[in-house]
Design a protein around this ligand. Structure first.
Ligand code: MN
Length: 319
């Protein structure tokens, strides 16, 4: 290890700046020269700093300030990618105006952020520029981070092109084309794996969005039913959960094996007391913004996750 003693990996902040300050304080970070710092440790953010919460601008200033000062690193979440797409003009001939359509559904996701930044347009465009520089993953050897899903079939070729996971404008623009390597990479790494509901069924989630797909685990080694692979806050209806997976469906499932390095993800709105999913896998998103918890894992060199290394702050109704 270098001069510092470890890393504190922090889950999806989603504009909960006060909660983030409480968590940093709890872990022994203090503000010095305008930046949160720890005498021996560095912070690592799993992305999704923006959208949803009450203090998005403040949250961005905290994280960006730490990154600029070398006190933290931050990877891209699907919300930062969405913001990039929202603000980026589509290449000529793509048939679109922006990479991400300015439709009502997309506006609902980014609306709070745009509203809170309305008086600071210049600052917002600088943050959007910064989003484009965030790596899609971090790999420290003994552990790795990605916002939603580590898929080696995509990360390996991505690394050949972008060894540190930082992509470029060309790659971002290429994502406008459905099925392109760029589109697949953003979708899988930042949004995870999913499966279509049977019989053209749809479900409306707690977030009010209606979907024909449900989020799935990417580590289950011998799943038999839909219920064995579902990984989202909204449970499947009982009869669907009991439904067996076909051989084809099982063959398509991604499996992050137990022998792989430890992996940290955010994204999935976990509930209850923070805990490892497996000895080498943890999700640190416990829906801070929905009055859950903002969670960190304090890594100090161990090779297997230790359930005593999770720390968190509860989010009160009035943040
Ligand atoms: Mn997310």
């Amino acid at each position: 290890m270098e001069e510092h003693q470890g890393y504190d990996i922090i889950g999806d902040v989603h504009g909960c700046a006060h909660t983030l300050e409480r968590l940093l304080e709890l872990m022994g970070y203090r503000v010095q020269a305008g930046v949160w710092r720890h005498p021996q440790r560095k912070a690592l953010f799993l992305g999704d700093i923006i959208d949803r919460g009450p203090r998005i601008r403040e949250a961005l200033h905290i994280v960006h300030g730490m990154v600029e000062a070398g006190e933290a690193q931050c990877i891209m979440g699907n919300h930062e990618f969405n913001a990039l797409g929202w603000e980026t003009r589509a290449p000529a001939g793509s048939g679109r105006e922006y990479l991400r359509d300015h439709n009502e559904r997309h506006l609902r996701l980014i609306g709070d952020t745009l509203e809170q930044f309305a008086p600071w347009p210049q600052e917002w465009s600088e943050f959007v520029e910064w989003f484009a520089q965030l790596p899609l993953f971090l790999d420290f050897g003994l552990f790795r981070m990605v916002h939603a899903c580590w898929d080696a079939r995509l990360i390996q070729p991505l690394r050949e092109q972008y060894p540190d996971g930082r992509i470029d404008r060309e790659f971002i623009e290429a994502s406008v084309e459905r099925g392109s390597f760029a589109a697949q990479t953003f979708d899988r790494l930042l949004r995870g794996t999913d499966m279509r509901l049977p019989h053209g069924m749809t479900m409306t989630g707690k977030d009010g969005f209606t979907r024909a797909f449900f989020r799935t685990k990417f580590w289950e080694e011998a799943p038999l039913t839909y219920g064995d692979v579902v990984f989202q806050p909204d449970a499947l209806p009982t009869e669907i959960a009991a439904r067996p997976l076909s051989d084809d469906q099982r063959a398509e499932l991604l499996i992050y094996g137990p022998e792989q390095p430890m992996l940290f993800v955010g994204h999935y709105w976990q509930q209850g007391r923070p805990h490892p999913i497996r000895p080498n896998l943890a999700c640190l998103d416990y829906s801070a913004v929905k009055y859950g918890k903002l969670v960190a894992y304090r890594w100090s060199g161990e090779r297997h996750l230790d359930r005593d290394h999770f720390v968190w702050v509860d989010v009160p109704k009035l943040d």
